[in-house]
Write a protein that binds this ligand. Structure first.
Ligand SMILES: [Zn+2]
Length: 56
């Protein structure tokens, strides 16, 4: 058995995260439905992009 690729990667920047693939989605932070797991940096970026769209 290989322990490689045990952790999720950010779908935006492909950085390896501290979240194991076996972690249920309900227990994850920064999981975006329809997109996938992102890191905190990309999550904040996506949120700020969204809110700036709303402000526009
Ligand atoms: Zn990222």
């Amino acid at each position: 058995m290989s322990a490689e690729n045990e952790y999720e990667v950010c779908v935006v920047c492909h950085k390896e995260l501290d979240i194991k693939k076996e972690t249920p989605i309900s227990e994850r932070e920064f999981y975006i439905e329809g997109a996938g797991q992102v890191c905190i940096d990309c999550y904040i970026k996506l949120l700020s992009e969204k809110s700036s769209l709303n402000d526009y």
